[in-house]
Design a protein around this ligand. Structure first.
Ligand SMILES: [Zn+2]
Length: 111
């Protein structure tokens, strides 16, 4: 009986997923966008400390970019993880993607 019900639920879930696949994907995408929005808002009036590039999509946090992105992409960001990412942002310098690569390869350094 239990198995039967479980199968029924599974079948229902997968047909539900099939039916709403596109919607689910769209919502996931929208949530993802909303989570990165405040980071991009933060970067909107910033520019690369090395070369002055100000295009938001090019900007990264050095050296904590991956950590910050990971934290802010996590589902249901709470006060604590937000606070943690703010701290990381404070301890990072804003550079563009090009300068980020150069910094990582020791081609340039901060004065
Ligand atoms: Zn730069």
């Amino acid at each position: 009986m239990f198995l039967y019900v479980a199968n029924l639920i599974n079948m229902h879930m997968s047909s539900h997923y099939e039916k709403y696949k596109d919607t689910i994907k769209k919502v996931a995408k929208r949530n993802y966008r909303q989570r990165i929005v405040w980071l991009n808002e933060y970067l909107a009036d910033k520019s690369c400390v090395h070369c002055g590039e100000s295009e938001t999509v090019c900007l990264k946090f050095y050296p904590h970019n991956n950590k910050i992105r990971k934290l802010t992409q996590r589902k249901g960001m709470n006060e604590e993880s937000r606070e943690e990412s703010i701290q990381l942002i404070k301890n990072s310098k804003i550079v563009c993607a090009n300068c980020f690569i150069k910094l990582e390869s020791d081609l340039i350094e901060f004065i």
